[in-house]
Every structure is written in C-alpha cells, then in structure tokens.
Design a protein around this ligand. Structure first.
Ligand code: ADP
Ligand code: MG
Length: 348
C-alpha cells in the first residue's frame, strides 16, 4: 500500500514518465488534464479530465493527493494558486508565473547578472519598425509558447510588413544568437538548500524542436562550470523545490546565454533515465514529496533521439534494438507532424 499520492497537472509524456518513476517509489499518481486523450492516462493510477478552471474538479483532485506538481508550465496561475491553498504545490506557483512569461523570466535572469539574449517587448506591428538593432531576430509570444510554437523569425523590414499576426497578445523580440551550440543543465533542488545536478547536456534542434541530446556535451571547462553555476544560482534565487532545466545558447565566441528556464522536468533529460542512478523524474518526485536525497552517479555516456511525427511507425514495428538501447513510446493516439511521439536512448 502506498502512503503518498502525488497529483500531477498536465498529461503529456512528461506526466507519463513522472508516473512511471513514482510507481518505482511506490507513490500513486493522479493526473489532472484538459485533454481526455492525454498519453499519461496510460501510465497514471487515476486520471481526472477537466478544464483547468473547473473549481469543483480541482477541489476533488486536491482531496485525493498529498502533494501537487505540474509537468507543463502553461497551467493557469490561478489554478496553481487555488490548489496551493489546499495542498502543497511544488514548484511554488509564483515560480511558474514568473517563468511562463518570457519577459519576466529574462528580467529575472539578468538581475542575477546572468546573460540572456537581447530582447524587447512588442505590443503592435509598428513597434517593430525602429528595432533594427534587434534584427535578425525572433518574435515570440510572451506566454504559452513551446516547441517553437508562436515564433516568427524576422530578418528585415519586409518580414515586418509581411507579418500576419493580430497582436491580441504581447510579443517579445529577441535578437538571434549566432549559435555554435545549445546545451542544457538539469538540477533538482531539495528542501534545506540541498541539490543534485546533472552534467551539461548538448542539444540539437530541428525546426525549433529538440531532435537530439547527448552527454558529455562537447564544451570547454569554463562553459561546463559556468552553465552549472548559473543553474545553481537560478534554483537558489527561486528557492526552487523539484527539477528545473536551464536551456543555454553558446555563440561562436563561446559566450554563454540563458535561453529559457523550464520549471519542470525536461526533454533533454530523458537520457538521465538510463544514464544515471536516479533520473530527473525520480529526483523531481523525491524533492516534491520530501523523500530521501540520494547522491547522483553517472552510469554511462548517452545519446537520445526524439522520435517525431511518423518516424514512430518504424519504431512501433519492433526494430531490433541492442541491449544498450532503450525505446520509449509515448502512446499518443494520433500521429501528427512535429509531434513528439517517443524517444530512443543509446548508452555509449
Ligand atoms: P520553446 O519555448 O518553443 O522551447 P525557445 O525560445 O527555446 O522556445 O526556442 C526554441 C529553439 O529555437 C531554441 O532552442 C533555438 O534552437 C531556437 N531559438 C530561439 N530563440 C533563439 C535566439 N534568440 N537565437 C537563436 N536561436 C533561437
Ligand atoms: Mg526551449
């Protein structure tokens, strides 16, 4: 019999992998999601399908669980805040509110004297005209973006003229960094200022979607140290509890920039399931549910490939895998272009 029940808001693949890790710790999971076909339904102990502003259902959910976390940063702040009055929500709702807004997030990072891309708030199309200094740039919605959704590259005045968006929402224009590499650092912070941190992971994106991750990242010692230090500073300043990921850019002169922070487990950390003694998912659950902290040990170098769209068909036909290869099928009902359908980790 399990003594702890963890509530998870959001039912995507991250919710599935959190549920699997919870099971390994004898913790029950209840997932609350606004999509009745959510893949995590196949992995959790109980699934509640409702809108995030359905107060009755939110109350039912809170009654069933001891702790609440989320696998997706675009959960409305009001929902997290209401839930937090009933059961501990971790990471804190205020952390999520800060990070789900690209401008508040970057302001916060810069206040720590940590470099980000240059950026400016854009409220309408005309605001863009005097912003030559930020071009080439990428216009992004300030909230709700993921996997490159809500992003528009802008190279010149013609691109500004041809933009076809209504500006009902606010946008951020970010100067494009001439990328040499992208890396991420995943850290899990526990109560009492303790943390476990994974080594930097090197990431390759295709069409703004993560395609490939590997450890070790091919970077110099200075970047290795700085990326870990910055992740620690960010987690400390937020008084964060749980797993957090900092995505970084490295430019052609080996300058490091924070791209964004994910207040949750992260796609680039899927390889930690097989490459470390404790995965990012298990660590998140340990931190949120106040379980014992265990020293991280790396078991192996690794690489992970995201299986996107109809690439999954091949993997579902049981291709021969070696015993150092681990295939995860997210069991999503529909195959869609640009949709993350599964991943394959290979230990090296
Ligand atoms: P999302 O929330 O969709 O992950 P990101 O801001 O992380 O949005 O952008 C997705 C990817 O697009 C990045 O990982 C990077 O490859 C590319 N990208 C985004 N912003 C910039 C930028 N300012 N300079 C260079 N590349 C960028
Ligand atoms: Mg990103």
């Amino acid at each position: 019999m399990s003594l702890i029940t963890l509530g998870i808001l959001g039912g995507g693949q991250l919710g599935s992998m959190l549920s699997v890790a919870a099971k390994g710790l004898n913790i029950k999971t209840v997932i609350f999601c606004d999509d009745d076909d959510a893949p995590a339904k196949n992995f959790c102990d109980e699934f509640i399908y409702a809108e995030y502003d359905d107060n009755n259902k939110i109350y039912d959910f809170a009654k069933k669980v001891n702790f609440i976390t989320y696998e997706f940063e675009n959960i409305p702040y009001e929902t997290l805040n209401e839930l937090n009055k009933l059961k501990p929500v971790l990471p804190k709702p205020s952390v999520n509110r800060l990070i789900q807004h690209r401008i508040a997030e970057k302001d916060f990072v810069n206040k720590l004297n940590i470099r980000t891309t240059r950026y400016v708030l854009v409220e309408n199309q005309d605001d863009l005209l005097p912003l030559d200094d930020f071009l080439p740039g990428i216009l992004k919605t300030t909230t709700m973006g993921y996997d490159g959704k809500g992003q528009y590259p802008i190279n010149n005045k013609l691109d500004i003229k041809n933009l076809n968006i209504d500006f009902k929402k606010d946008y951020i224009l970010e100067k494009t960094v001439k990328l040499k590499k992208e890396i991420s650092v995943i850290i899990t912070r526990f109560r009492n200022n303790k943390y476990e941190i994974y080594e930097p992971i090197e990431n390759i994106h295709k069409d703004q979607i993560l395609k490939y991750s590997k450890i070790p990242a091919d970077i110099n010692q200075k970047l290795y140290n700085q990326s870990k230090e910055w992740a620690i500073m960010i987690a400390e300043e937020l008084k964060y509890i749980g797993t957090l990921c900092v995505e970084y850019f490295i430019d052609r002169n080996d300058n490091l920039y924070v791209n964004e922070i994910a207040p949750r487990v992260h796609n680039s950390g899927h390889l930690t399931i097989n490459a470390y003694n404790i995965s990012q998912f298990e660590n998140h659950i340990r931190a949120v549910c106040s379980l014992e902290q265990i020293n991280l040990k790396k078991i192996s170098n690794a690489e992970m490939i995201n299986i996107i769209g109809d690439e999954i068909i091949y993997y579902r036909q049981n291709p021969k895998l070696n015993n150092n290869q681990f295939f995860f099928d997210y069991q999503k009902k529909d195959i869609k272009e640009k949709r993350k359908m599964g991943h394959l980790t290979t230990l090296k």
